[in-house]
Design a protein around this ligand. Structure first.
Ligand code: GLC
Length: 366
């Protein structure tokens, strides 16, 4: 699991253990970055010893884990009523070649938070974002925070800008790679131009929580982050309570914005010696009451139609998945490395994108 700072996951697991005295679930906390936890699971699966029975699974891990034969096929276990209630996109994202390997728990999308007490007209374009950032930043407040560390989050931030310029990364069907197209260069130039101007120089070390904490302390005008931030900034003890608005990520004039679809669910390792207990747990933790409890504590948005707050519906409908290919982790790693090299001035944006495109073609090419 992700680090359980608030003890929320421990509570839910304790509840399960209390109800099932002969089935003890033990939680293993990993590092916060999704790709690092994916590596931990992959290492365990490769040794075939298992190590983990249940997988708290990011949407982008499913094709790789399923194609490798590391997950149990859960298609016939999920009751029809649940299949109806889970969001279609999240069920689809938990499937590989028509079979379900991951039961959805939380859906997710990237959005742009802003200080509505400062910015009167909500921003629509990249220029608006720059203009309002310049206007409302001061010695204590940055313009725009995002996740620039070299990890999966950087890819999701970049994709939203790339799509907002009308570009794309990889076509999962045709395997075409678009990273050396002009739109990708515009996107990378935009992202790079924020560093040290409207965004802090340290933004290239931020992941979700570093950037949220700063924004929530009132230290920025804009924040790109996931849906969980909404509930947390609205809490009683939040210094920006009542002063935060949310819009879809901005785009270039004449283009449309797309959010990156994120999300988490539960899968079961094929190497488990306790498939029945593992299923009982997955079934338990994805029930409406547990998801609602976690929503209240962590802000995570349940992937059930009956529980999605209505204000998120249009955003989720417009969210776009990352390419669902078994080579996803490697493709993302290539992009992370080259984006990072360009953002930290080790290579030019042109060179970075050309190399990223070349390596990606070698990886996924037809
Ligand atoms: C969020 C998303 C997940 C994504 C990750 C990147 O947790 O839900 O899908 O991969 O952020 O940091």
């Amino acid at each position: 699991m992700e680090p359980d700072g608030s003890g929320t996951w421990s509570d839910v697991i304790q509840r399960f253990n209390d109800l099932h005295p002969d089935a003890r679930i033990r939680m293993v906390e990993g590092p916060p970055a999704t790709n690092t936890r994916e590596d931990m699971y992959s290492t365990a699966f490769l040794s075939q010893s298992g190590g983990y029975d249940v997988v708290f699974c990011d949407v982008v891990w499913v094709p790789k884990f399923a194609a490798a034969g590391w997950l149990l096929d859960l298609s016939d276990r999920l009751p029809a009523a649940d299949r109806q209630d889970f969001l279609d996109e999240d069920l689809k994202a938990g499937s590989y070649r028509g079979r379900l390997y991951r039961v959805p728990a939380f859906t997710d999308a990237g959005v742009l938070y802003y200080r509505k007490d400062l910015v009167a007209d909500s921003p629509a374009t990249f220029d608006d974002l720059k203009k309002f950032s310049e206007r409302f930043k001061d010695e204590k407040r940055w313009g725009f925070l995002w996740q620039g560390k070299q990890y999966e989050g950087l890819v999701t931030n970049f994709l939203e800008v790339l799509w907002g310029y009308g570009g794309d990364w990889i076509d999962a069907e045709t395997k075409e790679v678009f990273l050396d197209r002009p739109e990708a260069l515009l996107a990378l130039q935009f992202v790079k131009s924020t560093i040290g101007t409207i965004s802090p120089p340290g933004v290239t070390t931020y992941s979700e929580e570093e950037s949220r904490n700063l924004f929530q302390d009132g230290r920025a005008v804009f924040l790109r982050n996931w849906l969980y931030v909404w509930a947390l900034t609205a809490r009683e003890d939040s210094p920006v309570k009542g002063r935060v608005g949310l819009v879809p990520m901005v785009h270039a004039p004449g283009k449309t914005n797309r959010a990156t679809l994120g999300g988490w669910g539960f899968a079961i390792s094929r190497f488990t010696s306790n498939p029945e207990t593992a299923w009982k747990f997955v079934e338990f933790i994805t029930r409406p009451d547990q998801l609602q409890y976690i929503h209240e504590r962590l802000g995570r948005v349940p992937a059930r139609k009956s529980l999605v707050p209505p204000e998120f519906e249009p955003i989720l409908r417009a969210a776009r998945p990352r390419p669902a290919i078994p080579e996803y982790a490697q493709a993302s790693d290539i992009l992370q490395r080259w984006l990072s090299a360009a953002l930290s001035d080790r290579v030019s944006p042109e060179f970075a994108l050309r190399e990223a495109a070349r390596e990606t073609r070698l990886l996924v090419g037809p």
